[in-house]
Design a protein around this ligand. Structure first.
Ligand SMILES: *Cc1c(COP(=O)(O)O)cnc(C)c1O
Length: 361
């Protein structure tokens, strides 16, 4: 993971965007914020976008805007960045942790088993940039009259049967932090919805619970998306296609060369995966990681601790996560991104092949 910007052209574009904001001076909720909100909403086929401080705030405020709070249960996955569970817990609701499939996304059957009278919402995460089984999850939400919130933080521009991540459910949440696919140069988040009521409540919640910028109608937060971030994100929107294409090309090479050694992500040409991370499920994972490190190859376990097993949650964690426990001991994310060329990828593949042929028992 390298967040520097080697391209002079790219740096100049971003600096120009910042300069424009400096000149007009509307640093708070300037015109670029609304432009970005409209752009992302229409890209995903949604009516409204609401820019906020971070992906975490998008989830937290999104849940609040749907009326989720103390006493409610929200079913989410066991394997995600901890911000997902935190957003639920911070509303006062109880996160319920469902199991994952071998593609590392939430298991819809597990979700259905965990529904109780207190369940109010489902919060699936499109983990690693692969959209969840949204047909099944949408059907479950409708059948049990539950709100559906997409955590699409890792999946900007990912597709599921020709529909984009962010186009499902009552609301969808994105993060544009510097590590994500659609990356800003600092913290940023976005909520999408088709409901005027939810949109209005979110506009208020992100601005101290006010309407007309002065009258406070409920205790709110300060979570406005910075104009400077919005301006830079608008510039970066145009490079997404190329960046995702490159990730898919790398993933295709990995899939072809590694499937004899490890479980690789399911993939086909029509697959909508954007490969925020390329994660294999590998035997002897810790030795493999160590070996690759000795070869100068950086890998990452994303994430080594399941959300229900984090110190903040483990005492009262409810749910089911036996397959998640099995796979979390085997997951390993390999290098992927614009900065890698064909030789780099071939070297990763041959190193993994060497490991399994020579060193692993
Ligand atoms: C990054 C991320 C978040 C939180 O986004 P921030 O912008 O870092 O607050 C939430 N959920 C998932 C799945 C993420 O990857």
């Amino acid at each position: 993971m390298n967040l520097s910007i080697p391209s002079e052209d790219e740096r100049k574009k971003l600096l120009d965007a910042v300069d424009t904001v400096f000149k007009h001076g509307m640093l708070v909720l300037g015109p670029e914020v609304e432009e970005l909100e409209t752009k992302i909403a229409s890209f995903c086929g949604r009516k409204f976008g609401i820019g906020v401080n971070s992906g975490t705030d998008a989830l937290f405020l999104g849940l609040k805007s749907l009326g989720i709070g103390p006493g409610d249960e929200v079913i989410t996955t066991s394997l995600s960045w901890i911000a997902t569970a935190n957003a639920i817990a911070l509303t006062g609701a109880i996160p319920i942790f469902a199991d994952v499939q071998d593609d590392l996304n939430i298991d819809a059957q597990s979700v259905e088993r965990l529904i109780t009278d207190n369940t109010k919402a489902l919060l699936p995460v499109h983990f690693n940039g692969k959209v969840c089984e949204m047909d099944e999850l949408t059907a479950i939400a409708e059948k049990h009259n539950l709100k559906l919130i997409e955590d699409a933080a890792q999946a900007f521009s990912a597709r599921y049967k020709d529909r984009l991540a962010g186009s499902f459910g009552d609301i969808a949440c994105f993060s544009m932090n510097p590590m994500k696919i659609f990356a800003g140069l600092g913290e940023a988040g976005m909520i999408l919805t088709d409901s005027v009521e939810i949109k209005d409540r979110l506009l208020s919640l992100r601005y101290a619970g006010t309407v007309d910028r002065e009258i406070c109608v409920e205790p709110g937060y300060n979570s406005r998306l910075d104009t400077i971030q919005a301006a830079m994100l608008l510039k970066r929107f145009g490079r997404l296609d190329k960046l995702i294409k490159k990730r898919r090309e790398i993933a295709n090479i990995y899939n072809k060369k590694l499937h004899d050694f490890a479980l690789t992500p399911v993939n086909s040409e029509s697959d909508g995966h954007v490969y925020y991370a390329y994660t294999i499920i590998a035997d002897d994972r810790d030795s493999l990681k160590e070996f690759l490190e000795s070869e100068g190859i950086e890998t990452k376990i994303r994430h080594p601790v399941l959300m229900p097993q984090q110190p903040a949650y483990k005492e009262n964690a409810r749910g089911e996560f036996s397959n998640a426990e099995r796979v979390v001991a085997k997951i390993l994310s390999l290098p992927i991104g614009e900065h890698l060329d064909r030789d780099d990828i071939d070297f990763v593949c041959s190193s993994i092949s060497d490991f399994y042929q020579k060193y692993s028992n």
